[in-house]
Design a protein around this ligand. Structure first.
Ligand code: AMP
Length: 395
């Protein structure tokens, strides 16, 4: 019973999933966190139960030891479900990586080199890859890049209106992120409506803690709302999304705010958190429903930005066949879905309130039968997409 091990590594933690290669069932998942702190923490989940352990985990290599112990103690047995490959989520593939890639020493150097563009993420991904290679030296390791799906964007979509030679020298362009999710969801949506991916124009709304929109034409990303970094585009849990860059100049001149504090402000203290004090959409919609004015405004700002991108991508694509909501907010918040697409009947978009309000685990249609554009909710599964792409490369 062959399996694939999927690793998503951060600087002081990593998540893992063991996925059956044939049935695509998740056999186990876990989180090893607080690596490098006095007391680390590990969780391991299988269909039989949930386990937790607190212990010192000095580095990622020790973390992989903890993970292997968890499999040995709580199952499933790695002998009975031997991993045939390890898939790694890598945030930034720059303009170099446009597909899942077998990790050779040269590829690892290239991923490290891209740390300049993703200083928080790529070094952590590299650390996870090194530790996983030490733990599973005989297996192929494959990098699946968050940016890769968007490498099909045309130059006029990824180029900023910035002085060209400077942009080229410093590799400043739009890259886009959440690619594995946009790819998985756009294919799952096509499967669900039973139409060939190649024939469909889709707008995929990945609304989670981080959030981005993708215009998908025939299965290829042609534009997306995140750019050089995951800060551009939608208003998010704690990120501003699009903002006039002159505001940053003004802030620097007026308050002398330093670069790190500015980074913190834009990425961690803004978005719906900065507007309302709520970073979680559940809290925000509850507060807004109870009449709290700042929460109502924050929700209004959030959904208007989503709508603006839907309008932009309808124009870019020349209409859409499908609009697809996914991720934590997209899959669960009927309020956000309804308000984001409200008043767009003249553009062929009409949500059915009853269908929208019905909770459901799998993919489902929430538009009316009369709606020209079919609106869907499709759960994302980035780990499964990484496992599939990993197998394609490793086989
Ligand atoms: P993700 O990054 O995809 O895991 O999404 C996480 C976010 O989804 C959370 O921070 C919440 O804001 C949001 N979320 C999860 N469940 C719900 C829900 N039932 N209603 C509204 N938002 C939700």
């Amino acid at each position: 019973m062959a399996s694939v091990l999927v690793i998503n590594s951060g600087s002081s933690s990593f998540k893992y999933q063991l996925i059956d290669a044939d049935s695509e069932q998740r056999l186990a998942s876990g989180l090893v966190e607080r690596i490098g702190e006095t007391t680390g923490h590990a969780t391991h989940d299988t269909s039989d139960g949930h386990w937790e352990r607190s212990l010192g985990i000095p580095d990622h290599t020790a973390g992989f030891g903890v993970m292997i112990d968890a499999f040995a103690e709580h199952g499933p047995s790695l002998e009975e479900h031997p991993p045939v490959a390890v898939g790694h989520r890598v945030v930034h593939g720059g303009a170099r990586f446009f597909e899942p890639t077998l990790i050779t020493p040269l590829v690892l150097i290239n991923i490290e080199d891209l740390s300049e563009l993703a200083p928080l993420h790529n070094p952590a991904n590299v650390e996870g890859i090194r530790a996983a290679q030490a733990a599973f030296p005989d297996l192929p390791h494959v990098a699946v890049f968050d940016t890769a799906f968007h490498q099909t964007m045309p130059a006029d979509a990824y180029t900023y209106g910035l002085e060209a030679s400077l942009a080229e020298r410093l590799r400043i362009r739009r890259y886009g992120f959440h690619g594995t999710s946009h790819e998985f969801v756009s294919r799952a949506a096509a499967d669900f409506v039973g139409r060939p991916l190649a024939e469909l124009k889709q707008i995929v709304l990945h609304l989670g803690n981080g959030a981005s929109v993708c215009a998908v034409d025939g299965g290829r990303s042609v534009d997306t709302s995140m750019g050089f970094t995951p800060l551009e585009g939608l208003v998010m849990g704690t990120r501003t999304g699009d903002i006039d860059p002159a505001v940053l100049l003004y802030l620097q001149r007026k308050t002398r705010i330093g670069v790190d504090d500015l980074d913190d402000l834009l990425n961690k203290k803004s978005g719906i958190l900065g507007l309302s004090g709520h970073r979680d959409m559940r809290d925000l919609t509850r507060a807004a429903a109870s009449g709290d004015e700042t929460s109502r405004l924050a929700l209004g700002v959030y959904v208007r930005r989503v709508k603006r991108y839907v309008g932009a991508y309808l124009a870019e694509l020349g209409g859409a066949d499908l609009i697809v909501f996914t991720a934590g907010i997209g899959e669960n918040s009927s309020v956000v879905r309804e308000r984001s697409l409200a008043g767009m009947q003249s553009l062929g978009i009409e949500i059915d309130s009853n269908r929208n309000a019905m909770p459901n685990d799998g993919p489902r249609i929430i538009s009316t039968d009369a709606s020209v554009v079919t609106v869907l909710v499709v759960p994302t599964n980035e780990e499964l997409e990484i496992a599939r792409q990993t197998l394609r490369v490793a086989e």
